[in-house]
Design a protein around this ligand. Sequence first.
Ligand code: FES
Length: 110
Amino acid sequence: MPSDGYTYVCRFAVLEENVPRRFEVEGVPVSLVLTEKQVFAIHDVCSHSAVSLSEGEVEGCTVECWLHGSRFDLRTGNPLDPPATRPVPVYPVQIEDGCVYALVEGRSGR
Ligand code: FES
């Protein structure tokens, strides 16, 4: 079982490496990103304008917003390039028995 507060998101097997995928978790839009090393969960709304980060490109540990090109660090949510200046919330992830869980409770960033 995952730790307290974690919510089931999807089966691990549905994730494709470097292809972000959007889910609603407890009413929060979350993008799951499987990189070479691990699964990250990042709020699926760019901090610059309200567009979906899951439509952006993944490179290494970053996702690039498709609209104006700011890249966000998937580990911290911090923007690495302008024009975004504010971080995007990131959420802890657990993988148990082939299922992915994320901790979004109280961390919605709304
Ligand atoms: S909307 Fe994402 S960088 Fe402008």
